[in-house]
Design a protein around this ligand. Sequence first.
Ligand code: AVI
Length: 318
Amino acid sequence: MLKPEIEDGQASLADPEFRGDVLSGLARRPRAIPARWFYDRRGSELFEAITELPEYYPTRTEVALLQSACPEVATRVGKGRAVIEFGSGSSTKTPRLLHCVDPAAYVPIDISGDFLRASSAELAKGFPDLAVLPVEANFMHPVPLPAEVADMPKLGFFPGSTIGNMTPHVAADLLRAMRESLGEGAMLLIGIDRVKDAGVLVPAYDDAAGVTGAFNLNLLDRINRELGATIPVDAFRHKAVWNDDASRIEMHLEAVRDVVFTVEGRPFEIAAGETIHTENSHKYGERGARVLLRTGGWTPVAEWTDPKGWFSLILAEA
Ligand code: AVI
């Protein structure tokens, strides 16, 4: 996932990057705010709740796939690799992989130091003999790895179809950066959500219980709280649409009436029906996923999917 930016109390009010993204995103047309800002404490909790919704199939499908494919993944990657996870390990996915791959070291990389330290400490409890070496960094760029793993072959791990939250162009850049971070002889295990019927996709992003709606609208609460904005949150509604041309689910916040508000004193007017684009979740066909990997410098060597073909786990080599 795009990783949680968990804050301690009031400490990081008015993050300058958040401020810049919100002010410029609300001023441009179409209006858009990057999805990474969903993940304050409340947003992270809501995302966890999303992963358990009946309509949100990706998490449970990928976890089951990891479970069933793991012995073969272990055979293919061999012994003595360092597992490098892009994003802090999730409590359900990472232990599954580590148990069967039995790595020589585990390096989680995340931009959010607080979240990284907390999740690494939690994970280390379950693997007392494993060297857990967290690295606080932005993995969108090549990341220098700890000296301890310099001579070990690497297995990159990027689950959750987080790659889908980037445009294909940015996703290919990220794959290239990962290749550079991991070095010669590396392998990559990546989860990618597949294209499927819009009748399955749209409810996954617009659930009956309204949790995804709350997740989307929480962004406005965050803007009000952290940037002293006056957005009437009840003037917006959550909208999830399938954009077939771009092969992605888009999430928007749609104004249900004309609204006027300020962010840090700057006035904004949004007309009824206008939207703020808040997230893309790209879905790939079987070929499309392989082409993306190749564009990013990786050669797919094995692929696993669930019986419905909804999600794929791909092993690739550098
Ligand atoms: C984190 N990411 C892979 C999720 C997705 O499915 O694109 C984020 C999400 N947004 C709404 N529901 C889930």
